[in-house]
Design a protein around this ligand. Structure first.
Ligand code: ASP
Length: 346
């Protein structure tokens, strides 16, 4: 059954550019910001108080990790990677440890990262032994001549650059295993119309960041969708679908990947900003709240522009989400009705 297409009440939030006090000759430094999501598949009924607490703590830790990079003057790419590694390591999200299971009972992971300043990108799909898929996606971008590597080849590349492989059992979490069993049973009982409709546990993680030089980056990491088959790859590792960044806009999506691929969702949001002059809020809401639901899909996204304005629309029960500005104070929310603090002076 499709989830209702509910509009999120999350507004785009302006951040001002701040000039350095050092003198007129200095280029103005952008006020840094990092925005993250942990997936738009919040199912309140299935979330225990303990899970919720852990998820919030992981979101805050991810924001702090990314902020530390930005505060040290590091590029947006470093902030995106650092934040996503924390979320991949948390079993609360469908990425890295805690990824959902395929129909065959495996964890197959996808990830992508993109540098807005150079438009370089790296992606991996269907890996089963990479502890932090975002790190391998970044290595594909920086250490290979390619943009996307898949499956066994991606793992061979990882070994060739000295990245250790983990046993596939590392990713296994009992809750995810039970979600697969439930999906398989529903499928057998023919309660579901399609295999993948049985369980849309969107828990993909993503981050977008603006660094002090005014450069943007985006990254996304996921286990895909419960009960996926035949080497299915979702939108997350596809540049332009689930992940995209250029000089003026950065986006990471979460949701029913097939619809994000067809809509080329992440790129469409940035194209609207660039060619139509829409704000990131208008652009992201048009795609997430209108186009995707109109086509029958659901999910959310985070979008950030070069001036630090950002938006976090979603059309599900909730989206694990948060942001952190130059002051280093993390702000997180999970449920739809929960208000996310807005930047001061915005
Ligand atoms: N977009 C992901 C996919 O389709 C799922 C998610 O967002 O959790 O693979």
């Amino acid at each position: 059954m499709h989830m209702k297409n509910l509009l999120s009440g999350i507004a785009a939030m302006p951040l001002l550019m701040s000039a350095t006090l050092a003198g007129a000759a200095d280029a103005p430094a952008a006020r840094t910001v990092l925005v993250i999501h942990g997936g738009a598949g919040v199912e309140r009924a299935n979330l225990t108080a303990e899970d919720e607490k852990e998820a919030r703590a992981a979101l805050e830790a991810a924001l702090r990790a990314g902020h530390a990079e930005l505060a040290a003057g590091k590029p947006a790419l470093d902030a995106v990677s650092a934040a996503i590694v924390v979320l991949e390591d948390s079993p609360q999200f469908n990425a890295g440890r805690g990824a959902v299971f395929t129909h065959d009972g495996k964890n197959e992971l996808d990830a992508a990262i993109m540098d807005g300043a150079t438009r370089r990108a790296g992606a991996i799909a269907g890996v089963q032994r990479i502890k932090n898929p975002i790190a391998l996606a970044r290595a594909v971008m920086e250490k290979s001549p390619h943009v996307m590597l898949t499956g066994a080849g991606a793992e061979t590349f990882a070994q060739s650059i000295g990245m250790a492989l983990v046993d596939p059992s590392y990713f296994r979490i009992e809750k995810r295993w039970q979600q697969l069993q439930k999906a398989l049973k529903e499928e057998q009982d023919k309660k579901a119309h399609t295999d993948i409709e049985t369980a849309k546990h969107f828990g993909t993680v993503g981050a977008v960041a603006l660094d002090a030089k005014g450069h943007l980056a985006a990254g996304t990491s996921t286990g895909g969708m419960t009960n996926k088959r035949w080497g299915r790859v979702g939108d997350s590792p596809i540049i332009g679908a689930g992940t995209y960044a250029n000089a003026s806009c950065a986006v990471s999506g979460t949701g029913w990947g097939e619809f994000y691929i067809r809509a080329v969702a992440a790129h469409d949001i940035c194209a609207r900003v660039e060619y139509k002059g829409q704000s990131v809020r208008e652009a992201a809401e048009a795609v997430i709240d209108k186009e995707i639901p109109a086509a029958g899909g659901d999910g959310g996204a985070i979008a950030l522009d070069r001036n630090g304005h950002f938006a976090l629309p979603f059309n599900t029960e909730g989206m694990y989400r948060g942001w952190i500005g130059a002051d280093g104070v993390p702000h997180v929310a999970i449920y739809k009705e929960e208000k996310l603090a807005e930047p001061a002076g915005g």
